[in-house]
Design a protein. Structure first.
Length: 494
């Protein structure tokens, strides 16, 4: 958007506000983010043992999207997308850097928080809403009125797990710290609770609270590990040889990651401890969600508040041979997405495909703000009134230029930059174990899905860093994080 377009849209916004009666109340927004939370949430059923009573009670209070997906399986591109309402394939933000204000396409784009700030809301953020460091201090006041603390989970004096060098500081898991109140997510919840209390009563608020867990390092106090005794721990379903029918190009999307491969964790007897720590981290984080929900109720403003809870993308715990994200399968793309509040049907589940970038137009509509034609998502308000309302669009996830996943209610279709494909019948094969892409029986379904591949598909912006993959269709050259990958190179084991 040019600065002139920005001025026009801001003017339109102000006119719309003035046209309303002065008494027309604007709903508050409580915007709750989780980091690297896959579908291991009680109400989503991703793991049979996970305990998330607070997120589950939020779901009963509103509408849960059971088929919601991120636009990028990585923090910065996912958050940049949902906060701008633009796809990674449109902006070229594919890596962990740069942030939105350092990219020409989004430098002046009015973001979701900025919209609420510009129309007079009290806006506040704590924890991780934007990717850490992606909004520089000079640009922060334009996004949120106030920036609260964003502490991490802290670190024990010595590493807990048995990973050999290189010991990436984030690749650790286990019981730490001793007490809930010493963990980062507890402090982030406390900051949000204080913001809820101090939010001016004479204007609506938009409070963003971004939790860090279950992102690695998966550190949670010991009592949360006690919920998941090792003796009865259930591991996620894994199929030996699951990568035999996925294209080699699928490996290029996560050629080398800080997150170890399954084979390494099995050798070190670390996969069970990781699963336990991920579950413990989820339950600890869920308890902090509960504290914030209770604090909202205590303000007496809950009936005027829209609550949105989301995660930036999922996480693998051994499925398809890897841990981490950076894939186009459901394990990486499927996320919790819950809306609750005035006008939203309670205890509803919507199985229509939903995208995280739909949150932006949805919140504009719920707040009575003008729709923005430049946004690429679609309001979910019809589904918030009737979970069975039809929805023609699939959910699309992109990981670097040319690699896209298309998710409908029945199918997952993946097209990689070199043209290789995957197709899964999600209704029959929810674990994505049998790639049907080569089966002529499904040629029509595949062609229909391929129509949704983004027409605009720009390369990574200049100065892009970390998890950047490029492919040259002329020379077939593959480059992962600035290092060429040869067709004969063995898939890295670690
Ligand atoms: Ca993340």
């Amino acid at each position: 958007m040019t600065s002139r377009q920005f001025a026009i849209s801001l003017f339109a916004l102000l006119c719309a506000l003035c046209a309303q009666s002065p008494a027309a109340p604007k709903p508050n927004v409580l915007f709750l983010a989780i980091d690297d939370q896959n579908d291991w949430i009680g109400c989503l059923g991703g793991h049979p043992q996970v305990k998330t009573p607070n997120i589950d009670r939020l779901a009963r209070r509103g509408t849960l999207f059971t088929n919601a997906h991120c636009q990028a399986p990585l923090c910065n591109p996912s958050r940049s997308s949902l906060l701008t309402g633009l796809r990674p394939s449109s902006t070229g933000i594919h890596g962990l850097a740069p942030g939105i204000r350092d990219v020409d396409a989004t430098k002046h784009h009015v973001t979701l928080p900025q919209t609420f700030t510009s129309v007079g809301y009290f806006t506040y953020t704590c924890g991780k809403i934007y990717h850490d460091g992606s909004v520089k201090p000079k640009d922060r006041a334009a996004e949120f009125n106030e920036w609260g603390p964003a502490p991490g989970q802290g670190r024990p004096a010595q590493r807990i797990n048995k990973l050999p060098p290189p010991q990436h500081p984030a690749m650790d898991w286990g019981p730490f710290p001793e007490k809930d109140e010493d963990g980062g997510d507890f402090k982030i919840a406390t900051a949000a609770m204080e913001a809820l209390q101090k939010a001016p009563k004479d204007k609506p608020f938009f409070i963003g609270c971004g939790f860090r867990l279950p992102h690695v390092p998966c550190f949670a106090p010991p009592k949360w590990f006690d919920l998941y005794p090792d003796a009865t721990l259930q591991m996620p379903p894994l199929k030996p040889g699951d990568r035999d029918d996925t294209p080699r190009f699928s490996w290029y999307l996560h050629w080398k990651l800080p997150e170890p491969r399954l084979v390494t964790l099995e050798k070190l007897n670390e996969i069970r401890p990781l699963v336990r720590a991920y579950l413990a981290s989820i339950s600890y984080m869920d308890a902090q969600v509960g504290r914030v929900l209770d604090a909202l109720d205590a303000t007496g403003r809950a009936q005027d508040t829209i609550i949105v809870l989301w995660s930036d993308h999922g996480w693998h715990l051994g499925e398809k041979g890897i841990t981490g994200k950076n894939t186009l399968w459901d394990r990486s793309t499927r996320v919790p997405l819950i809306f609750a509040g005035p006008g939203i049907v309670k205890a509803a589940k919507c199985g229509r495909p939903a995208e995280l970038l739909d949150m932006f137009p949805t919140l504009l509509e719920l707040a009575g703000l003008p729709a923005r034609p430049d946004l690429e998502g679609h309001s979910l308000v019809p589904q918030l009134k009737n979970a069975a309302a039809p929805r023609p669009w699939p959910a699309i996830t992109t990981h670097n230029q040319g690699n896209h996943g298309i998710r409908t209610e029945q199918w997952r279709y993946i097209r990689y930059a070199d043209g290789s494909e995957e197709l899964y019948d999600m209704a029959r094969d929810p674990n994505e174990w049998t790639n049907l892409a080569a089966d002529p029986k499904h040629a029509k379904a595949k062609a229909d899905l391929a129509k949704w591949l983004p027409k605009k598909d720009v390369p990574a912006v200049p100065d892009s860093k970390h998890r950047i993959l490029t492919y040259d269709p002329q020379t077939k050259a593959v480059v992962w994080e600035d290092e060429p990958v040869k067709a004969s190179d063995p898939v890295p084991v670690f």
